[in-house]
Write a protein that binds this ligand. Sequence first.
Ligand code: NDP
Length: 292
Amino acid sequence: MSATIIDGKAVAAQVRAEVARGVAAFVAGSGRAPGLVGIQVGDDPASELYQAGKARAAHEVGMVSRRITLREATSQAELDAIIDELNADDGVDGVLVQLPVPAQLSEPLIASRIHPDKDVDGFSPISLGRLMRGEPGNVPCTPQGVMRLLGEGGVPLEGAHAVVVGRSLIVGKPQSMLLLSANCTVTIAHSRTRDLPALCRDADILVAAVGRPEMIRGDWIRPGAAVIDVGINRTADGLRGDVAFDEVAAVAGWITPVPGGVGPTTIAYLLANTLEAARRRSGADSSQGVRL
Ligand code: NDP
């Protein structure tokens, strides 16, 4: 193996410690702790686990965290009413709705309903617009985690060719904007891209956010490139990323493992976003994304 493994668990622990210090300072200044509320509709076991993990993590850094679990048959109007209440609650800085939601609910309507200042997932049209415009606002957590991992690994960004495989609103598109803001030259690839292996071989930085186990092979990689694996795929052999780890690690300069890479940083940046939202709402900060 030639690649340096970027340890997402260690980076996430660092981010959480920074957030905990920030929360302590916020409490000292404002007399209240930042508040995060997670809403879950239905009792999907994976959603349950994610929600519990987020609530625990928020509690650990000193935030007030609350979980609201609604019955599977909850209507859009009922959910909207709850979101409206949280939007109006001064003690709440971050509101998130665990995805996916049951079919009678609309993800775009939910994303638009959460007040953009409290939209700590960063999925609302206003938040995504602010990201595009380079204005202060909430930035999706996973792409922020990826930027931090690149930073901690010491990967040169300026002028680098970054290829992002995947164009979802949650990962691929915001990731591309953040890489662009860091002065990378960015290519976004997707399922209709021609000759993906050749395109990937031209990448100095390759971010895989596809959802296909071990699709990215060793001979797709430029020697010395940084490969960030966002994919989380449950297979019969256990959890796998989008990257064939052993093959790619033999060629790349840096690589993130699955598990223990991007995943842990996502929750850490949810906490960071909540702290930042609290600061912004109190008029104390006006940065785009998180400045820890
Ligand atoms: P989506 O399914 O929303 O998007 C997948 C993207 O991959 C699409 O743009 C799709 O292209 C593209 N794609 C699919 N097949 C191919 C292919 N054969 N070649 C090239 N591109 C392809 O997924 P998400 O963005 O939500 O998530 C991606 C992965 O990241 C998943 O494994 C998910 O579990 C994981 N994830 C991990 C997180 C973490 O914290 N680590 C957080 C969020 C997601 P097209 O648009 O043309 O269909």
